[in-house]
Design a protein around this ligand. Structure first.
Ligand code: FES
Length: 79
């Protein structure tokens, strides 16, 4: 199952597999999500989904059940 993942604000779209790590998808898209601990505790990798859900990219995989996923990277430099 392929999910089309779109990264904002760069507006880059790549195809990803359900269950693929979001950081890997971003990497393939040439989008860099800031990271720190890679364990879900520092929140450096926080991004927002199109439905307003705030998630930590390092502990999130591409979800099943949708064909498209839009990920909004925070541009706030304090993250
Ligand atoms: S890198 Fe620390 S919470 Fe994701």
């Amino acid at each position: 199952m392929i999910v089309r993942v779109r990264f904002l604000p760069d507006d880059v779209t790549v195809d990803a597999e359900v269950g693929e790590a979001l950081l890997d998808v971003a990497d393939r898209a040439g989008v860099s999500i800031p990271t720190g601990c890679l364990m879900g505790s520092c929140h450096a990798c926080t991004v927002e989904l199109e439905d307003g859900d705030i998630i930590r990219a390092c502990i999130t995989a591409v979800p099943a059940g949708r064909e498209e996923l839009t990920i909004n990277l925070f541009s706030d430099p304090t993250w």
